[in-house]
Design a protein around this ligand. Structure first.
Ligand SMILES: *Cc1c(COP(=O)(O)O)cnc(C)c1O
Length: 364
């Protein structure tokens, strides 16, 4: 099966079965040092060199949950940019923890603009939550616009960068971001189950001062203390940490972060160009390079996704809900090549035609 899904993506050969080379008990200084080295490298790639970076045994949503639980308290009032299923998830989490919030609700193809933020100026919000790449439709929000708004209003800026990291530019400190969440199975191309979260100094101070999470397992105060030695409060994702170590070497060998991002962007640009030449429709809102949405007319996109998987062993991402009938998504992260993209396009067009023929036969 060839995977063009957002995650878990196709891993690189050297990261698979990495534990076969052996591993160290995690409560050792040797393991702790490896963790510190790996997290420092990831932090550097996020522009978070002066931040505190921890890792959690949880998929991305677990990290989003723990961030809401630890970073927000009864004196906070949050604003969520809700432009799809991941924005909606932040709303659900804030509701779950009884944190007052409002959301700016956007259609699947709408990005945030200055006029959308205007009504929320000087209204006493303390934090803004955004999924920088709203993966459900692949749109990339304008981080400078959002960052300036937060600075003007003295708000914490909390960013789910899970699907934008290592596909688009990202610079936590330059953009004044207070929390960055990423997870293993997306751009980092590792097994699912590990998240990395970076915090600005002022957010670390806030959590140490007033953090009062409901969760026992995810009490960040304890993670901050432990990470000084590269440790975690509980048994952790040892295998994924070894995968990360291997992946960071791979990225370095490829020329570093920028070179790695260029590989992803080249694949996205190649797919987008060829898809458009083949007559496929790609929505023109600003997009992350992680994933390309494709809109179909005259055929049901869910049928195409299923046909492609069952007949050609190629997996692309369906869209959720109503949107799934007309749109699907192709991811550009993971171990795929230009020739895989050629195969995908060829078989995609065959699938669309096959379904059109079936529909015509059904009619006659
Ligand atoms: C993948 C993803 C997540 C995390 O989802 P999990 O299934 O919990 O790993 C969160 N936010 C965005 C924007 C994502 O793309």
């Amino acid at each position: 099966m060839k995977q063009f899904i957002v995650g878990p993506v196709e891993m690189y050969p050297s990261t698979k079965n990495v534990l076969e080379k052996g591993y160290t008990y995690f409560r050792t200084q040797e393991y702790g040092n490896m963790v510190k080295e790996c997290l420092a490298k990831v932090a550097k790639m996020m522009g978070a060199e002066n931040c505190t970076t921890i890792y959690l045994a949880a998929s991305g949503t677990g990290a989003m949950d723990a961030v809401v639980d630890n970073c927000m308290g009864e004196n906070d009032k949050a604003l969520v940019i809700n432009g799809g299923s991941f924005g909606h998830r932040f709303c659900e989490l804030l509701k779950w923890y009884n944190i007052p919030y409002d959301s700016i609700n956007l259609e699947w193809n709408e990005v945030i603009e200055a006029k959308d933020l205007e009504p929320y100026e000087n209204k006493g919000y303390t934090a803004l939550f955004v999924n920088l790449d709203e993966t459900s439709s692949g749109k990339l929000y304008d981080i400078k616009l959002i960052s300036d708004f937060c600075k003007r209003n003295n708000m914490y800026l909390i960013v789910d960068a899970i699907s934008t990291f290592l596909a688009d530019d990202y610079d936590m400190e330059k953009w004044g971001i207070d929390v960055t969440i990423i997870s293993s199975q997306k751009g980092l191309c590792l097994s699912p189950g590990m998240s990395i979260v970076a915090f600005s100094k002022r957010m670390v101070d806030k959590i140490n001062r007033e953090g009062n999470p409901n969760s026992y397992y995810f009490d960040f105060k304890s993670y901050f203390k432990n990470i000084e030695r590269g440790q975690t409060p509980f048994t952790t994702t040892v295998s994924i940490m070894y995968e990360l170590k291997d992946m960071l070497e791979l990225i370095e060998k490829a020329g570093g972060k920028d070179a790695w991002i260029k590989i992803v962007q080249d694949k996205a640009n190649y797919f987008r160009k060829r898809a458009t030449e083949s007559g496929l429709t790609i929505p023109d809102y600003p997009k992350s390079y992680t994933v390309t949405p494709v809109v179909l007319e005259g055929v049901n996109a869910n049928d195409v996704v299923k046909y492609l998987r069952e007949n050609y062993e190629i997996c692309v991402n369906p869209c959720g809900g109503e949107l799934g009938n007309k749109m699907f998504r192709v991811a550009h992260i993971g171990n795929t090549t230009m020739s895989d993209i050629d195969d995908l396009l060829e078989n995609l067009l065959l699938s669309i035609n096959a379904i059109k023929v079936k529909q015509l036969q059904g009619v006659s």
